[in-house]
Design a protein around this ligand. Structure first.
Ligand code: SF4
Length: 423
């Protein structure tokens, strides 16, 4: 449940953030000499499928969740990965996403962390995040997660409006959302993030002023981090089907853009840094895990449907793996001793350049093309790309400073299209 509609979901694919801020997150930078290494662990079970959700999540009653069997599978997978290489770097971050990881028995989640620690080792400042749903997070659960080793929680609040929450099909109400934040704090969680969805036209349709008021109320709560995602309607979801039949209220692009700006202004006013298109943080509280994706670090994808990317230490190539989304199929494969992802994709250096542009330009810090080219062993500034860069610069959509490029704040909402122009 980073829930949102989010395109930059850890399980799906990378996405992250802040200019001139070399210390952000304390992990590697694209092309830097010191790089991070992350692990994403997918937990696929939810109590109910939200109508907008296209993540690999499965409605399962609490009592039917296979806590221990799923744990055994992920631990087995860790052992299988360990055999693939002679040496591995220490992990700089671990992220439990889903699905609803806060439904997982904390002891099982802790066993997975122990296996990761004993197999790969953790950097001293390792970030360990778990996504939580307000309906499965109380003070006791938050304490158990802390004891298991988690040091950052991301809670799927999504809205502070009763009608919009109902429209989004959420199981919690406004008080329940706020109570989960308070419970996390009472348990001693120091790094707290929440997800919010804007651009919601159903329920009591949201205005940019509503979006501003919601993020300010959450900021007032003292959060360290906030992710704000525009609602996207995906084919294959309940909302997608309703939209296809013309029966879903949908916000206009202008309204979504206005809400995006209202959120940006409001959070910037109260001291947050807009470090990535959809992410805001207090200084030094950027999510290291997502920065890892956006900066092009290697990451293991563990669990059903999880995506991982590992670069070849001897070339600019990389391999991307994706596990089968069906949890049963995933479990029986790895418990049978096989590390057999459903998909394995070879990424050549030019493909990785395009991906690095797509991800790196989402960040306020932008990307150093010289370092990227050196790392991948290719010429990034081809004549054609140079022409496109200068055109974007003249249009006020790209800032170029020697080898460094970034998108100015005013054009950040168009980052995907800007990056695509450089392909
Ligand atoms: S709670 Fe489950 S169904 Fe709802 S958005 Fe999160 S992952 Fe999807």
């Amino acid at each position: 449940m980073s829930e949102g509609t989010t395109r930059e979901r850890p399980s799906q694919i990378p996405a992250v953030s802040e200019a001139a801020s070399p210390a952000i997150g304390g992990s590697a930078r694209v092309g830097g000499t010191q790089r991070g290494f992350a692990a994403y662990v997918h937990f696929p079970y939810c109590l109910k499928k939200c109508p907008y959700c296209d993540f690999a999540s499965f409605t399962t009653p609490r009592e039917e969740i296979p806590h221990e069997r799923y744990r055994d599978a992920v631990v087995a997978e860790i052992g299988l990965w360990a055999k693939q290489r002679e040496s591995w770097p220490k992990l700089s971050s671990v992220f439990f996403g889903g699905g609803t990881p806060s439904l997982w028995r904390a002891s099982a989640l802790g066993d997975v962390l122990s296996a990761l620690r004993s197999t790969f080792g953790f950097e001293s400042n390792v970030e360990i995040s778990a996504e939580c749903n307000p309906t499965s997070l109380d003070e006791r659960k938050a304490s158990e997660l802390l004891e298991a080793g988690v040091n950052r929680l991301s809670i799927g609040i999504q809205s502070l409006d009763r009608e919009r929450l109902a429209f989004l099909g959420r199981l919690h109400d406004v008080d329940g959302g706020l109570a989960s934040l308070a419970a996390a704090r009472a348990a001693g969680v120091k790094r707290l993030s929440c997800d919010l969805i804007f651009g919601v036209a159903g329920g009591r349709a949201e205005s940019p002023e509503d979006a501003r008021a919601e993020v300010l109320a959450l900021a007032e709560f003292g959060l360290e981090h906030l992710s704000a995602y525009g609602l996207t309607i995906e084919a294959g979801t309940q909302f997608g089907e309703l939209a296809r039949r013309g029966r879903l209220p949908i916000a206009t692009d202008d309204l979504i853009a206005d809400s995006f700006s209202a959120i940006d202004e409001a959070l910037t006013e109260v001291g947050f840094t807009h470090y990535e298109v959809s992410n805001y943080a207090r200084p030094g509280e950027e999510a290291r895990h997502n920065l890892s994706y956006w900066r092009g670090d290697d990451y293991l994808g563990l669990g059903s449907s999880a995506v991982g990317t590992l670069s070849d230490p001897n070339s600019g190539d990389a391999t991307r793996t994706k596990h089968h989304p069906n949890p049963e199929r995933y479990m029986s494969t790895v418990l049978g001793g096989e590390l057999k992802p459903q998909e394995t994709e070879h990424l050549d250096p030019e493909t990785r350049v395009r991906e690095a542009l797509m991800l790196g330009l989402r960040l306020a810090e932008g990307i150093d093309l010289g370092v990227l080219g050196e790392r991948l062993g290719v010429q990034v500034r081809t004549a054609e790309r140079e022409r496109a860069m200068r055109q974007l610069e003249r249009a006020g959509r790209l800032e170029i400073s020697e080898q460094h490029v970034r998108i100015p704040r005013a054009a950040r909402a168009f980052s995907d299209g800007i990056a695509a122009a450089l392909f």
